[in-house]
Design a protein around this ligand. Sequence first.
Ligand code: NAP
Length: 297
Amino acid sequence: MDQVFSSCSAVIPTISGKTKLVGLVGWPVEHTLSPLIQNTAFAAAGLDYVYVPLAVRPEDLPQAFSGLRSLGFEGVNVTVPHKVAVMSLIDAVDRSAELVGAVNTVVFTDKGTTGYNTDMAGFSASLEAQGVLVNERRALVIGAGGAARAVVCGLLEGGVQTVVVGARSVAKVEKFAASFDSGRVRGYAWDSASFTEAVGASDIVVNCTPIGMYPHMDQSVALDWEVLPSNAVVCDLIYNPPFTKLLTKAKETGRKVVGGAGMLVEQGALAFELWTGEQAPRQAMYQALRELVANRS
Ligand code: NAP
């Protein structure tokens, strides 16, 4: 395959009539890092695929999906605000998407379209890659949005003992916690005494809010470091910057940390594998993300 080099070390394949199409459906999609990561992966694996961002307004989603089918797309990633709405536009929903209640990857075949959720397994794989075990551990999740749902599902699948979710809105977090019928998830306002008590009994903390994300790197979710066990693992889903203020403080206090790059790459790698049937070149994907984040910051 002929190749040209972009400003990063990414290798972009030459597009021909045989090139297979995949992409990202979202609104907006201007800031996505996935095209660079996925196109680097296709090039590294020697596969003739191209990944394109596809900005689709919510009201145009049904039409866009039938268009993707007609255009012969192999599959797509789906991001905000379409992750739930897309479920009514596909033929089958995999267990992963059923559990999370959202689809982030669709595979198109002659037999129909199937929706998957690779965020959940991507998060779990990012912990495994760092040697972090969740079985029988007590987890603390901060934030109660879409990513938190995938994280909580991953933790429950991994055999976690309990998950305490903290968010600024008590009504939202209680509803969020009640939506899991495992009996292992509780939700509290993050300024409550119950939440502080849970901090003191946590083995793993996961920030699932955008607080501390570029360009607001001086911000951090509030965590009582005196109360948090000294051997707790602290994770942040944010990947830009790679070391948020939260992770920096955790590291300074001697705790193990896991950043969001792992989840981003692992969920993308799983989508790559669903589309192509080939093993994803994870190291090339991590490297592409590292370079991109360094360039953007
Ligand atoms: P979301 O659905 O909008 O949920 C965000 C959550 O954070 C909500 O609970 C929200 O509370 C809370 N929140 C947001 N801003 C806040 C603030 N200033 N103060 C207090 N709480 C705040 O977003 P999401 O899709 O779950 O994404 C959350 C983060 O995860 C983002 O930074 C995203 O980039 C990251 N993420 C990373 C990956 C990865 O692969 N590494 C994947 C997905 C997401 P309210 O409901 O009260 O607003």
